[in-house]
Design a protein around this ligand. Structure first.
Ligand code: CP
Ligand code: NVA
Length: 308
């Protein structure tokens, strides 16, 4: 069963094929209206369930549009409206949904929910973000980097800010795609070391640096994300802002990266907190290409899951 649960759990050759397929499928659609069906309709007669236990704009719309372009149908389900949110087990939900649909995408809180869904579903399951990782986002980010600058292998990616779920998937990708990764943030918000160790074990140079300027020197790509994620308590907001303010990505910090460095943010952003509008709307930024590429990357992921 081809579940897409995390980047480090997916074969590197398959990841490479997905990125390359996404790129050529995107190219084939260039200039067409968004609703134009793909020529080959690989999801014809397929039903896809999109489950959201947390808010979403990009994931929701890009999966829905992607399925429709490929000829399939979707149902977007909110966790609170499902019996899942009222005590039905994940295992039973997975077994029931598998009788109706061909593919399940879930955005949830605990990673365990995703893993149980995958264990009991008899159709492929895709991780649409958990508290711990966000693999679809990083597939889109790799696609975006390579469209603009060529192969990411051997490049230096610098993450500024919170060692969160999006960072974790970058660390997984570092190991699988062979790029180097520097984490710049306060010790209190370090990522789980297991992510760092796994990437190192696969040969990536992964560094943890406290000085943001030193971290960004020689960067090919600078990335940040919100300082308060959906799973973080709002009560932690002020403390997190105080700790993360030195790691804001602004023009002064970007000037230490390579002149042709790219800037990414998965969005949604809190403008002028984690990154200034000058950077987000400036010459290094590819944030809206990233958002667009969620669509193209996930279409390739879905095709892989369904063996299409
Ligand atoms: N980047 C991302 O996953 O955005 P949404 O929360 O809007 O889906
Ligand atoms: N780290 C953020 C990513 C949102 C797409 C969160 O989990 O809220």
């Amino acid at each position: 069963m081809n579940h897409f649960l995390d980047i480090h759990k997916t074969d590197p050759a398959d990841l490479r094929t997905m990125i390359d397929n996404a790129r050529s499928a995107k190219e084939a659609r260039k200039g067409l209206p968004k609703g134009t069906p793909d020529a080959d309709q690989p999801l014809k007669d397929h039903m896809v369930a999109l489950i959201f236990e947390k808010p979403s704009t990009r994931t929701r719309v890009s999966f829905d549009v992607g399925v429709r372009q490929m000829g399939g149908q979707t149902m977007v389900l909110s966790g609170t409206d499902m019996q899942l949110g009222h005590g039905e087990t994940i295992a039973d939900t997975a077994r029931v949904l598998s009788r109706y649909v061909d593919l399940i995408m879930i955005r949830t809180f605990e990673e365990q929910t995703l893993l149980e869904m995958a264990e009991y579903a008899t159709v492929p399951v895709i991780n649409g973000l958990t508290d711990r990782t966000h693999p679809c986002q990083i597939m889109a980010d790799i696609l975006t980097y390579e469209e603009h600058r060529g192969p990411i292998k051997g490049k230096k990616v610098v993450w500024c800010g919170d060692g969160n779920n999006v960072f974790a998937s970058f660390a997984h990708a570092a190991g699988q795609f062979g790029f180097d990764l520097t984490f710049a943030g306060p010790q209190t918000l370090d990522p789980e070391m297991v992510f760092v160790e796994e990437a190192r074990a696969k040969g990536s140079k992964v560094e943890i640096v406290r000085d943001p300027i030193a971290a960004v020197e020689g960067a090919d790509l600078v990335v940040t994300d919100t300082w308060v994620s959906m799973h973080d308590p709002q009560s932690a907001k002020e403390r997190r802002h105080n700790q993360l303010r030195p790691y804001q990505v602004n023009e002064a910090l970007m000037s230490h990266a390579k002149p042709d460095a790219l800037f990414m943010h998965c969005l949604p952003a809190h403008r002028d907190d984690e990154a200034t509008s000058a950077v987000m709307d400036g010459p290094h930024s590819v944030i809206f290409d990233e958002a667009e590429n969620r669509l193209h990357a996930q279409k390739a992921v879905m095709r892989w899951c369904l063996g299409k």
